[in-house]
Design a protein around this ligand. Structure first.
Ligand code: ZN
Length: 237
């Protein structure tokens, strides 16, 4: 399976705390365990030419991971449209954490994608609410992160096709933190954790969920649908 992990890669350049946690960048921390699991993974970042997604990269990507925060506005509208088209054609998309405000996620959802937030070292407990779902295969009843940014409801997104994870925060809020959608032939998974100042992507349970998400999002079974003007299937008289 061919995966591309896209990261804005800006916090890593300017915040020593983030550098210390992710010396190779968030993208490499996400990519490494996927590679270990046997997936073919490349990475791409905002400041590369064409944001690292030019040429045949998108055509050769079965699942695209997306981490962005500071610079959603700098992502080219043309690229966003190309990504959207690829999703409709069947490319999987895994949107991470602050990617909820990315142009691509908002374009695919059609809503504001706004939410509550707080940076206060809340404990986050992610409850599996779809036991047996392939994304959470092998996981227990819940996963606990000792410190994370809080995201709270209401999360302004359309009703998901499947709700896989719900987060509880020690401050009292709850959040739908693992959401499955389909758009066209493409599968989309939104996964909440991953604030840049916490080592969330080094957590084995989080890595397991991201591997499950890659495998789930890549699957687009069935033939390509035929649309448009269509000649009769009845034999001529
Ligand atoms: Zn954050």
């Amino acid at each position: 399976m061919r995966v591309t992990v896209w990261n804005e890669n800006r916090h890593e350049q300017k915040n020593p705390k983030v550098q210390a946690i992710y010396p190779q960048g968030i993208h490499e921390a996400i990519a490494a365990p996927l590679r270990q699991a046997g997936l073919e993974v490349r990475t791409a970042t905002l400041d590369q030419p064409q944001h690292g997604l030019g040429g045949q990269v998108l055509d050769n990507t079965e699942v695209l991971f997306w981490w962005g925060h500071l610079a959603h506005g700098e992502v080219s509208d043309l690229l966003v449209e190309q990504v959207r088209q690829r999703v409709l054609e069947g490319m999987g998309l895994v949107v991470l954490h602050s990617g909820h405000f990315s142009k691509i996620f908002k374009a695919l959802m059609g809503t504001s994608c706004d939410l509550k937030w707080r940076e206060a070292d809340d404990v986050e407990r992610l409850w599996v609410v779809a036991p047996g779902h392939p994304i959470v295969e092998g996981l227990g009843e819940y996963l606990e992160l000792p410190a994370e940014e809080m995201y709270g409801e209401h999360f302004d997104v359309p009703e998901p096709d499947e709700l896989v994870l719900v987060s509880w925060f020690s401050g009292g809020e709850v959040f739908r933190s693992g959401l499955c959608y389909t758009r066209g032939r493409g599968r989309i998974f939104y996964f909440r954790p991953g604030h840049e100042t916490y080592p969330t992507y080094h957590h084995p349970g989080v890595q397991q969920i991201l591997l499950g998400a890659a495998r789930w999002a890549a699957a687009t079974p069935g033939p390509k649908p035929v649309r448009g003007h269509y000649p009769t299937l009845r034999p001529p008289k």
